[in-house]
Design a binder for this molecule. Structure first.
Ligand code: B4P
Length: 192
């Protein structure tokens, strides 16, 4: 089994690269952002609650997203591997993921951390906001709040995986294809 985490600030290209990586490596894509947006679109009680946090630039509570990931792992028992996109976003989530994978006798093999300048991130998110209709991408204040939350709550997750010698920092400010090729090179090194 090969399990990959794609990590980085909002707009760093996690979702974009994940689409390409799942096709190439046949991994099951678990994006907590997508799963939460599906709950919102279906107006489930969980979605209605999550929307308040997302629209305000905050993280959805740990127990909610950990529950979503637990369910998704159960639903995909035959998977050859998973690509975790946008999860874990806190050290609590990272520790919970380690435990869930241990129960399945597997581990995270690699964490790709995309590094992009803040100016480029703002540009990308506002651009996406024009076409996606995503309410968290249209307001600069909400975008800045997401960066602040990332610094405080999410960036320590990198150290969690650094200690496990699984972290691979990578330039994410290049073109989509160049970034994809760099990620593939690192994956091939881990797979041999
Ligand atoms: P997510 O859905 O995870 O999204 P994101 O961080 O905003 O964006 P991503 O990095 O995937 O960017 P993308 O590739 O699309 O999170 C949304 C919200 O959900 C969070 O703020 C939070 O509230 C909640 N949430 C999700 N997971 C959670 C968790 N685990 N715990 C708690 N809360 C959680 O790229 C962005 C744009 O850039 C796109 O338009 C793309 O086309 C463009 N782009 C990408 N790569 C490019 C490149 N190389 N060059 C030029 N443009 C590029």
């Amino acid at each position: 089994m090969f399990n990959l985490v794609i990590f980085g600030p909002p707009g760093s290209g996690k979702g974009t690269q994940s689409e390409k990586l799942i096709e190439k490596y046949r991994l099951v894509h678990l994006s907590t952002g997508d799963l939460l947006r599906a709950e919102i679109a279906n107006k489930t009680p969980l979605g209605i609650e999550a929307k308040k946090f997302i629209d305000n630039g905050q993280l959805v509570p740990d127990e909610v997203v950990i529950g979503i990931i637990d369910n998704s792992l159960e639903k995909n028992k035959e998977a050859k591997g998973f690509l975790f996109d946008g999860f874990p976003r806190t050290v609590t989530q990272a520790k919970a993921l380690d435990k869930l994978l241990e129960l399945k006798h597997t581990v995270i093999n690699l964490v790709v951390s995309l590094q992009v300048s803040e100016a480029e991130l703002v540009k990308r998110l506002l651009n996406r906001g024009i076409t996606s209709g995503r309410s968290d991408d249209t307001n600069v204040e909400v975008i800045r709040k997401r960066f602040a939350v990332y610094e405080k709550e999410t960036s320590p997750v990198a150290e969690h995986y650094n200690k496990q010698e699984k972290l691979s920092p990578m330039q994410g400010g290049n073109t989509i294809d160049d970034t994809f090729h760099s990620i593939c090179k690192v994956i091939e090194n881990v797979l041999v």
